[in-house]
Design a protein. Structure first.
Length: 397
């Protein structure tokens, strides 16, 4: 797609245009093409029928070269009006060749301002608006040259001017498009990185301060009971609300470099009035499959709390990142499990805990440790390596 002609002012002291280097290079080309045009004028001016007028028009060419160079370098010239003026002046000077010289001379030689100098308008259009507009300007310059010469030779083997002009317009236009696209990507990446850094900073501060205090009030208030229990309940609700808010403003679940999943983001939605989730301030990254399986095991542990731990039993989930391993502890204050009850359930063919929790963790090469007893609640300690390893899973009850 082409970039539409659009006004874009630039200050004299700074050039933040993503195609600024192309504009500066184009002005170097403009000055070099002017030197070539001057040499051509010195070499052929005696061949013109109106020598004095040729120098007058060359003075206009010189003036426009200086003015346009300054305008393009400073920035104000990088607008549709000035690029259009570039084309009008180039085509006008080409057409004036027909008046300065004889028809035969015009047909056998370059036009007055030289094709090289006229190419500047093509370059400017391509930088500003892309390859399609650049190609359109190239055809316009070639059409003016055909009028000046009194015809057009379709044999590009003898006259490849149109091919060169089109190549310049399309090539420079594509380069300008790529420069703008890359600049937009880099700018967007920098904005996202800055936003993510700020979110991480705020999340760490909230986690290390407010959330810890609210969790302490909720836990101690519940232990004290009485009128303090109401305060504990409110503190717990506010803690969970704040955790969900932090989760909403965190960066996406995946790490862009490693395509890993932040386990914290998967577990946070499971927090409620009876489930408290504690986690590190930094992302806990696992590959997608391992993170989803670990979350499924935690969900099954929480389901067991709701179904078997007794009415009003609370669950506490603790996430720990130990470097090479991730440990998730799920503890409840319910009725607990009697000794040997899990073995009895397996013997009876009831494989819920075994399959939903233990086998999941074993399949990841991790360990599932169960600590429970009558009236002591239940605690699962799920340990998983961040990388695939030996399957040394075990369950203890």
């Amino acid at each position: 797609m082409t970039r539409s002609l659009s006004a874009s002012g630039r200050s004299a002291d700074t050039d933040d245009d993503p195609v600024g280097p192309l504009w500066r290079a184009a002005q170097v080309f403009r000055l070099l093409s002017y030197v070539y045009a001057l040499g051509f004028q010195l070499a052929v001016h005696d061949d013109y029928e109106r020598v004095g007028w040729s120098w007058f028009f060359f003075a206009l060419l010189t003036l426009w070269t200086g003015v346009s160079t300054i305008l393009y370098l400073k920035g104000p010239g990088r607008r549709p009006f000035w690029v259009g003026m570039d084309l009008v002046i180039a085509c006008g000077l080409i057409l004036v060749t027909r008046w300065l010289a004889s028809p035969q001379w015009a047909a056998d030689n370059q036009s007055f301002p030289t094709t090289l100098w006229a190419t500047n308008s093509v370059v400017s259009a391509a930088i500003l608006s892309g390859p399609v507009v650049g190609a359109g300007f190239a055809l316009a310059v070639r059409a003016a040259s055909a009028v000046a010469k009194g015809g057009y030779d379709l044999n590009v083997g003898r006259d490849a001017t149109v091919v060169v002009l089109l190549a310049v317009g399309i090539g420079v236009g594509l380069a300008a498009q790529a420069a703008r696209r890359n600049h937009e990507r880099i700018t967007r990446a920098l904005r996202l990185a800055a936003a993510a850094s700020e979110r991480d900073r705020l999340s760490r501060q909230v986690h290390d301060g407010v959330l810890q205090v609210l969790a302490l009030i909720s836990r101690r208030g519940a232990e004290i009971g009485g009128e303090t229990a109401q305060l504990a309940r409110i503190a717990g609700e506010q803690e969970r609300s704040l955790r969900r808010l932090i989760a909403d403003i965190e960066p996406p679940l995946t790490d862009q470099k490693a395509a890993d999943v932040d386990l914290r983001m998967l577990l946070r939605p499971h927090a409620d009035d009876l489930v408290t989730i504690s986690e590190p301030g930094e992302p806990v990254l696992l590959d997608h499959f391992r993170a989803m399986e670990l979350e499924a095991a935690v969900v099954n542990a929480l389901d067991n709390v709701r179904l078997h731990a007794g009415a009003g039993a609370r669950a506490y989930v603790l996430v720990e990142d130990l470097g090479d391993q991730v440990v998730v502890s799920v503890r409840d204050d319910g009725s607990g499990i009697e000794d040997g009850r899990l073995r009895e359930a397996r013997a009876q063919g009831r494989m819920g805990v075994s399959r939903s929790i233990v086998e999941r963790i074993e399949a990841l090469g991790g360990t599932a440790k169960l600590d429970t007893g009558p009236g002591e609640g239940t605690e699962w300690e799920l340990t998983v390596s961040k990388h695939a390893g030996d399957r040394n899973g075990e369950v203890q009850d």
